[in-house]
Design a protein around this ligand. Structure first.
Ligand code: MG
Length: 163
């Protein structure tokens, strides 16, 4: 099932977006590491790797339908945040942008009757529900801990258990 130029462009843009997410989360990981929050650093390291895997999945899909992969530009990312809550707030908001982007590409695939792309993208709609939920769960824990240092240590320890 061939890709239209428009769909191929959109999928390639998503590849860059997933790498951008990895780049962003790596900036967060560096910040968290500097902060000495080892569990949070571990969580974000895994998230960074997951985004690279997402980019790889999109690349493989494009290749599997004989499309042309293009690696677009990624932007500079900050390593400067203001506490754990600000990190997960920025992460959740970025995941929402990614969800919107994937939904837009899915809408295009449906419009073009590209069933292969549609099936692939639907698995990513599910993935995005999970991603947003993960970020939201952590943000809630951080907000619950508030200024309580002991509670924050417990949150960090819990984040360190992510597999
Ligand atoms: Mg992703």
């Amino acid at each position: 099932m061939e890709l239209s130029q428009k769909l191929q462009d959109a999928l390639n843009k998503q590849v860059a977006m997933e790498y951008q997410a990895a780049y962003k989360y790596n900036g967060m990981r560096i910040y968290l590491d500097d902060l000495g929050a080892h569990g949070a650093t571990h969580w974000m390291t895994l998230q960074t790797k997951e985004e690279i895997q997402h980019a790889e999945d999109f690349i493989q899909f494009i290749k599997s339908v004989d499309g042309q992969v293009e690696l677009g530009q990624i932007k500079k990312e900050t390593t400067d945040y203001d506490g754990l809550a600000s990190v997960w707030e920025a992460g959740l908001s970025h995941e929402k942008e990614i969800t919107k982007s994937i939904e837009d590409i899915l809408a295009l695939a449906i419009k073009e009757n590209n069933y292969a792309a549609e099936n692939f993208l639907r698995t990513y709609v599910d993935e995005q529900v999970e991603e947003e939920d993960n970020f939201r769960d952590v943000l809630e824990l951080i907000e619950l801990a508030g200024d309580d240092i002991t509670a924050m240590f417990q949150v960090d320890s819990k984040l360190g258990q992510r597999k």
